[in-house]
Design a protein around this ligand. Structure first.
Ligand code: CP
Length: 320
């Protein structure tokens, strides 16, 4: 495996889930694979889970992780080509990438969408430069449009907790004070479409996700109707994806608190499990009562981030 951005990169999902089960049961069984190998984890943005779970996964595989916080530990980097570098950016990605990859065998990148220029973000312009100029296997640790390590961990969690062969999974938009990227809902939709689940997306009008990620999912604008009979409720905020009106890209169109997932919403489900990728804003995205309930699985979901990262790194080490 040379890149990990999309569900297709992992190949057969059943095989990947079986591998995840084995990795979780015996995390140190492949320690030999990472001996004398280094992974560089490059963060343009903040992180708790991705940073720690990626390091833990690398250590489980016997690899040496190096973490670099761009702009804090390093020079500020210019990401756009053809600009006059007369601002606060001291170095261009064009030089920084081959330098960084000369020190490692694998590289993971966290680089959020800027939410200003839809074309720049949806072209994955930063990630593409790492592929073009780095020459090493690249993992998206949440890039402009995708968060595949999160979506894989979400699927592993659904497999572990499902009580029906084909559960109903509902991804619901929920309010947030700030403008957030679409990477998590994009990837969750992409992975759920590939999985054996009944998948429904619900959000206020104007928040339509890119059709490339929505795929064949059912979109229901009535949140309560969408949640009826759900086995898993996956809450997430995202800003306007700008599909119908690119001028609205990245805008906050609604802060409607009636979309906050609370006990009223969970009451119409089939005793659903509650999921969120974290970090979560309590009583904006989800009520205290729901996230603190016995059906909330946000902590095991986060713990599975080590498992998903380890499967991906393991496969990359095996294909070096
Ligand atoms: N879910 C997730 O990616 O968490 P962090 O942003 O803390 O890494």
């Amino acid at each position: 495996m040379k890149t990990f951005f999309h569900v297709n990169d992992i190949g057969d999902l059943g095989a990947a889930l079986e591998e995840a089960r084995q990795v979780k049961a015996t995390p140190f069984a492949w320690k030999h694979l990472g001996q004398d190998k280094t992974i560089m984890l490059v963060f343009f943005n903040s992180s708790l889970r991705t940073r720690l779970s990626s390091q833990k996964a690398a250590l489980n595989l016997g690899m040496n992780p190096i973490v670099l916080n761009i702009g804090q530990d390093s020079w500020k980097l210019e990401t756009e080509m053809g600009v006059v570098m007369d601002g606060d950016k001291s170095e261009h990605l064009r030089e920084a990438i081959p330098v960084m990859t000369s020190y490692c065998d694998l590289i993971g990148i966290r680089s959020f969408a800027g939410l200003k220029d839809r074309e720049f973000d949806y072209n994955e312009s930063v990630l593409r430069q790492f592929i073009e100029y780095g020459g090493k296997p690249v993992i998206s640790l949440e890039s402009a449009t995708v968060h595949p390590c999160q979506a894989f961990a979400d699927l592993i969690t659904i497999e572990e907790y499902k009580e029906k062969k084909r559960p109903k999974v509902v991804m619901t938009w929920a309010p947030h004070p700030n403008s957030l990227p679409q990477a998590v809902p994009n990837s969750f939709a992409e992975w759920m479409n590939a999985a054996d689940v009944d998948f429904v997306i619900t959000h206020p009008r104007g928040y339509e996700l890119d059709p490339a990620f929505v795929g064949n999912a059912r979109v229901e604008y009535d949140q309560m109707k969408a949640l009826e009979g759900a086995d898993f409720v996956y809450a997430k905020n995202w800003s306007c994806p700008g599909v119908t009106d690119p001028a609205q890209y990245g805008k906050v169109l609604s802060k409607d608190r009636s979309w906050t997932v609370d006990e009223r919403h969970m009451a119409v489900t089939d005793n659903a499990f509650f999921m969120h990728c974290l970090p979560v804003r309590r009583n904006m995205i989800v009520s205290d009562a729901v996230i603190d309930s016995p059906r909330s699985i946000v902590i095991p979901e986060a713990a599975n981030r080590t498992v998903s990262a380890q499967v991906v790194m393991k496969r990359m080490l095996e294909s070096l």
